[in-house]
Design a protein around this ligand. Structure first.
Ligand code: C2E
Ligand code: MG
Ligand code: MG
Length: 562
């Protein structure tokens, strides 16, 4: 009580000096609230985290109403009222505030009422962020992400030039360890890795445990001088040794994403996402390695995200800027136009025409290939109906993505499509990319069987690029095998490859399927490849992919394309 009495003799200026000094050594935010005048005095640090405009706020109540989460305000008001009336001399409340970014933050506010020099009742106290309480991790004994966020923010603001590197380390197959070996084994691995990291870095270097299986090393000690690559290699060697020592009872490897420069002007959130990107790169390249943050790759990644956003917008705008092109397919050896392949195109103002090699994978990753695939299917079916009036047995090939096979009800879609448009199933040939189907499970085999029963023809696309596999070919009983143009190009340059293609074509024929050769560009290529006896040809020599109206003008009227 005598301390409180001593404080009562202090002027308000002296009290402000006290809270500013206390603030230097605490993560809490100190304040004094004059309950008589409704004036709120706080520290400069409070202003960097919560939306107070100045360290002194007169008539604070309306202002607090904006900072405090609306549902919690009545509770606060009632508690303060009890302090004003003298009913209580302590204030203690857990409730929510909004921070500067208007994110909800749980806080614990405590305070003691003292009578100031001028007889005013002053509430003298501090605000703690509850999230920051959980600063240390009980498993590894390291500090946690909130603490990293806090420390990094400070260093990035005050002395970014002292940062040697930030290294985000992840365990490559942590989920698997937890699932197969149990959570306890997972915890042991985390502890072990923490020890390996601490044994490697200088004691002055900060190490944190981030969420799940990730760690962060922040070296802002220029004199320590160990390079990121050396640090990573040493940690990795320690991990390998400890796995060996424990007789491989729990095997794991680690990857790392590292940022070494470019810290100026960045905040902790940004650095978090950039190191996360680098770590993902390391994992994508095959794990058990370290990747340096690569600005170019990151920009590429951002561009892909942007393209995804733009495509989604176009899809919702009735597939605006998506268009289906058609490339002629001719029969051999009479070079009669018998069909076309539907090839999707997309363009936008910002990036112009984007290649399908770029945008198709983006559509696949995001699942957007499902609506877009339907769009292509319906467009192709309608076009085919029109062109069959001129060439009665004309068919259009439609590419199917593995995502459509696995994640949509393809059978229902194709059935509905031919029924609505009014064409027989054999007018569509469904192209499957070989590499996407290597792991055929019973469900996909059943799907292919049903498609065939319904008289849809299947084509195996891109043959010769991946794991060209005859057994697989037999399994899906494709009506047609499309030999990829890269394989054709090889065969044109190399007699061995040419012989292989000839044999493949013989084998495909012996299985009762036909062969379409892709990518024939020149007359001499055609003459050479014709000796291998393909059944169909598709390539720039006969025509490039073009919009439907141009295709009609260029190709549909002529009976033979050579
Ligand atoms: P793909 O199905 O193997 O299609 C053949 C590709 O080879 C097309 O490229 C075509 O323009 C190109 N091509 C044909 N003949 C020649 C030639 O003589 N020389 C050269 N240099 N190229 C030739 P495109 O249109 O860029 O499409 C690339 C890939 O994108 C396609 O390969 C296909 O896998 C995918 N794709 C295109 N449209 C769709 C679609 O609607 N759905 C799905 N899932 N994938 C599609
Ligand atoms: Mg194709
Ligand atoms: Mg192909």
């Amino acid at each position: 009580m005598e301390y409180i009495a001593a404080m009562q003799d202090m002027s308000i200026e002296q009290l402000i000096a006290v809270i500013e000094v206390l603030q230097r050594s605490s993560d809490a935010y100190f304040y004094i609230m004059d309950l008589n005048t409704d004036t709120y005095i706080t520290t400069r640090k409070m202003l960097t985290r919560f939306p107070f405009e100045s360290t002194v706020t007169e008539h604070v109540k309306p202002h607090l109403k904006q900072i405090v989460y609306p549902n919690d305000f009545p509770k606060l008001e009632a508690d303060i009222r009890r302090c004003i009336s003298g009913e209580q001399t302590m204030h203690s409340l857990e409730y929510r505030w909004f921070d500067l970014e208007h994110r909800v933050v749980w806080i614990e506010c405590k305070g003691t009422v003292i009578i100031g020099k001028d007889g005013h009742r002053l509430l003298f106290g501090r605000v703690m962020e509850l999230g920051r309480e959980a600063k240390a991790d009980n498993i590894t004994g390291l500090r946690r992400e909130v603490r990293f966020q806090y420390d990094a923010e400070e260093i990035l603001r005050d002395r970014p030039q002292t940062l040697n590197y930030m290294m985000r380390i992840g365990i490559d197959n942590f989920k698997e360890i937890n699932e197969k070996e149990g959570v306890e084994a997972g915890d042991n691995v985390l502890r072990e890795l923490a020890d390996c990291i601490l044994a490697t870095v200088d004691p002055k270097v900060d190490v944190y445990r981030l969420m799940s299986d990730e760690f962060m090393i922040m070296d802002a000690m220029p004199e320590c001088g160990k390079e990121a690559r050396t640090v990573y290699n040493e940690i990795r060697a320690r991990v390998a040794a400890s796995v060996r020592e424990k007789e491989y009872s729990c095997f794991y490897t680690i990857s790392a994403g590292v940022m070494q420069d470019g810290f100026e002007g960045k905040n902790a959130d940004t650095v978090q996402s950039l190191t996360e990107f680098a770590l993902n790169e390391a994992k994508r390249r095959g794990k058990n390695q370290m990747a340096l943050f690569d600005k170019e790759a990151y920009d590429e990644y951002l561009k892909r995200l942007d393209i995804r956003k733009l495509m989604r917008r176009d899809i919702n705008d009735n597939f605006k800027d998506f268009e289906v092109f058609y490339q002629p397919i001719v029969s051999a050896p009479d070079y009669r136009l018998i069909g076309a392949e539907a090839l999707l195109r997309w363009k936008c103002e910002k990036y112009g025409s984007v290649s399908p090699g770029v945008f198709i994978p983006i559509l696949e990753e995001s699942g957007l290939i499902i609506p877009v695939g339907r769009f292509v299917l319906w467009q192709a079916a309608r076009t085919c109906k029109k062109w069959r009036e001129i060439i009665p047995d004309f068919h259009i090939n439609v590419n199917l993505s593995y995502v459509q096979i696995y994640k949509s009800d393809l059978l229902v879609d194709v059935d509905k499509c031919i029924e609505e448009v009014g064409i027989p199933p054999e007018s569509l040939m469904l192209e499957l990319t070989e590499s996407g189907y290597i792991e055929t499970d019973e469900r996909t085999k059943e799907l292919f069987r049903e498609l065939k029963q319904k008289n849809f023809d299947l084509a195996l696309d891109d043959f010769g690029t991946g794991y060209s596999n005859m057994r697989y070919l037999q399994e899906i009983e494709a009506a047609t095998v499309k030999i990829d143009r890269s394989f054709v190009a090889q065969a044109l340059n190399n007699d061995n490859d040419y012989n292989i293609i000839t044999h493949i074509i013989d084998m495909v024929h012996s299985l009762g399927s036909s062969v379409c050769m892709e990518g024939i560009e020149k007359e001499e290529e055609l003459d050479r490849m014709m000796q291998a006896k393909p059944d169909m040809i598709q390539g720039y020599y006969f025509g490039k992919p073009s919009p439907a109206d141009r295709f009609e003008e260029q190709f549909l009227q002529s009976e033979k394309l050579r």
